[in-house]
Design a protein around this ligand. Sequence first.
Ligand code: NAI
Length: 352
Amino acid sequence: MKDKRLIRVAFFDTKPYDEEYFEAHRAEYPIDIKYFPMKLGPDTAALTAGYDAVCAFVNDEIDKTTAEILTKEGIELIALRCAGYNNVDLQAVWGKIHVVRVPAYSPHAVAEHTVALLLTLNRKIHKAYIRTREGNFSLTGLVGFDLYGKTAGIVGTGQIGRITAEILRGFGMEVLATDPYPQEAWAQERGIRYVGRDELFERADVISLHCPLTPENRHLINAEAIRRMKRGVIILNTGRGALIDSRALIEGLKTNTIGGAALDVYEEEDKYFFEDHSDRVIQDDVLARLLTFPNVLITGHQAFLTREALEAIARTTLSNIQLYFEKGELPNEICYQCTKNACPRKERGRCF
Ligand code: NAI
């Protein structure tokens, strides 16, 4: 733990909107920030020499090599300014560097964006917007369907999945859910029914993914799952890209099994998302193909991007850093053992 001097933190992959919200609160914390626009990974990890902690985002790559370099440079804390942690090799950092995250900043932001994607895709608002701006007021090709009375399937009823489910119930949809840890009391109160994953795939008109990316959940939506689905199903993914096998999704779209997909995340997004590539040719043929479908809507990992979420991310991240370096406290720690449900945290108040 550090004494009274400022805690030096190297922030990676920062954008103007990150800096705006962190700068608004930085003076309230004993923290000195250096913003690096590049991503953290094996090639940039050496930049952390002389810092106490790093702050990373969803597409920074904290693999084994990066972890070794960070350890060598004396980094004590990785403060993720996001909820997901699939980009961190937790086993590689276990016992060497603590990892904290922002477990919840605004589940409403993500749930509301999910529903915005659904409404836009179904009612073809994205097409109507372009048409009317060009003086084209034709309605041909803009037919959608009523959500009322249709069935939604929520995969993962954590914070975001539950809010999404509640909004969809508000539209008068029947909501089915699947989760290895069902929230039965909540479901009963909201008129939501837990079913097995196969039944959800078979019955849902709209499927929305809200579970974390883990090795077990990789390609949860694959060719076999798609074969089970209702013809014309709409798939929403604001979780993580690799929950879907994108090639299988493309096949499902080509055969009209899938009626539409709205994606805020993509399995190879780290090469493209958060940056302007509009003056270059997209080399990723899967992404390029997805972008050609009239019934695919892609946003660039934007679901979290509200004022409230950015404010909460900045405050919780700065507080996570201060608490560790001033008091040795790690309320939002996540570790390899946590993911195996074997974390000794409960007894110790911290993971190691
Ligand atoms: P949470 O931890 O509150 O809930 C996740 C739920 O998924 C848990 O209830 C868990 O039991 C369940 N789950 C795990 N594996 C499952 C499976 N195979 N099938 C069904 N359920 C399963 O997480 P929260 O806050 O709701 O976030 C969900 C995910 O959303 C995050 O892991 C993250 O990847 C993503 N996310 C995306 C954002 C964006 O901007 N697009 C922003 C924030 C989170």
